[in-house]
Design a protein around this ligand. Structure first.
Ligand code: ZN
Length: 319
């Protein structure tokens, strides 16, 4: 069965995903400015009369927005439909590679073609079992080759659900990915990767670990590979004492999620150490949560495999 599926998937290699796509706007200064502000990029090359666009904006000029693009071929939808039908219903973007051949400048007219470059063998990752699909987009500016954008996704059957496959069924068969009634209402799982695994190991030991830069001593949260203050990739951790205050919060009413029972309060908590993190505020009615309210860290066992840091509102705080 899976051999047959793989052959059918492979037949999509080389087929067009988009033909003669056109950028919705010329390369332009306002979009460059917005990008630089969002990225905090103050490089002078991106302003002034000789400005170029940040090279990493390459894909931005090709995006279709909510209304989409013309020129999109049916091949990619068919390929994903085939994978969905075989039980590989989840998708995650895994990586992107870009190559820059020519700077883009305000006024350039962007056109592009995209091709389904490759479909991998069936692979098993920590997320689950599935297929990597790589799409290559060739971008032109005023007809000249300007760069290449390669985008890879994993279409997969989630591993967490396979765990609930009834015994006797082959654990990695695609049909194991169909939602089990049991899984309805489970809280979403955190995405654990090599950059944040240490944080979740800490949680498992009921320790809330904050990264500390070994270059400049700055604390940071959430976990990141490098320091935003000095660029150092060297770090250790400090354990949070557990005291904090509500820096801000939202009360969720809508949309409803199966695992949650609205209304409920989600806090942006400022820890005593100075970093902020998002977490449930517990022990206080949702409409009594206030900015400045003192909170205390707790660990909430959500189910047999998930434990989360949450924050208990303390009485007598700001009100
Ligand atoms: Zn630093």
């Amino acid at each position: 069965m899976s051999e047959d599926l793989h052959a059918r998937l492979k037949a999509y290699e080389g087929r067009a995903a988009t033909t003669a796509g056109a950028g919705k706007d010329l390369v332009n200064e306002p979009m460059i400015r917005h990008w630089c502000e969002a990225m905090g990029d103050t490089n002078p090359a991106y302003t002034g009369p000789d400005a170029i666009a940040p090279p990493t904006m390459l894909q931005a000029w090709t995006m279709g927005g909510l209304s989409g693009h013309t020129g999109r071929s049916a091949a990619q939808d068919e390929l994903f439909g085939l994978l969905d039908g075989a039980g590989f219903t989840s998708v995650v973007a895994t990586d992107c590679e870009q190559e820059y051949l020519r700077p883009l400048r305000p006024g350039d007219r962007i056109t592009f073609d995209a091709v389904i470059e490759s479909v991998s063998e069936r692979k098993t990752t920590k997320l689950g079992t599935g297929y990597f699909v790589t799409t290559r987009m060739d971008v032109r500016a005023d007809g000249e080759r300007a760069g290449t954008h390669r985008f890879r996704i994993l279409k997969y059957a989630p591993a967490a659900r396979q765990k609930y496959a009834p015994t006797g069924r082959a654990q990695l068969e695609p049909q194991a990915a169909k939602p089990e009634p049991h899984s309805k209402g489970r809280r979403p799982r955190p995405v654990i990767n090599r950059d944040n695994a240490g944080f979740w190991e800490g949680v498992a030991g009921h320790r809330l670990l904050i990264q500390r830069c070994e270059g400049c001593g700055a604390l940071r949260f959430p976990w990141l590979p490098g320091c935003n203050a000095c660029g150092s990739a060297e770090w250790d951790t400090v354990e949070a004492g557990g005291q904090g205050t509500v820096y801000s919060y939202v009360v969720m009413h809508h949309p409803p999620f199966p695992a949650f029972d609205p209304p409920y309060a989600v806090g942006l908590i400022e820890l005593a150490e100075g970093v902020r993190m998002v977490g449930d505020v517990v022990g206080v009615p949702y409409d009594k949560v206030r900015i400045g309210m003192p909170v205390q860290l707790e660990f909430l066992r959500v189910d047999e495999e998930l434990e989360l840091p949450v924050f208990r509102g303390l009485p007598g705080g700001a009100g």
